[in-house]
Design a protein. Structure first.
Length: 89
């Protein structure tokens, strides 16, 4: 199960590297929606939580509380280079 999550994260990394022009894809590879890759990871994480009988709703609430207090200034929304290049301001 963990190997599946690692595989999905690798697919997301490949898409982001291509989008941000960090690494070109092979000519045989097609573009995939990053949202779909994120959803694949989320699904795999839910399956893992279910397997170990973890209440993700409870755990997620605790993590969000932590980020809202201890790390409130750590995470800010930042536009990617791709988003900056594709919009004129």
């Amino acid at each position: 199960m963990l190997a599946c999550i690692v595989e999905e994260v690798g697919e997301l990394a490949r898409e982001i590297n291509s989008l941000e022009k960090i690494k070109k894809k092979k000519s045989s590879e097609t573009n995939t929606d990053i949202g779909l890759e994120l959803a694949d990871i989320l699904f795999s994480l839910v399956c893992l939580a279910n397997y170990y009988e973890i209440d993700l709703n409870d755990s997620f609430g605790k993590v969000m509380k932590k980020y809202a207090t201890r790390d409130k200034d750590r995470w800010t929304r930042k536009k990617s280079q791709h988003a900056l290049e594709s919009h004129s301001y």
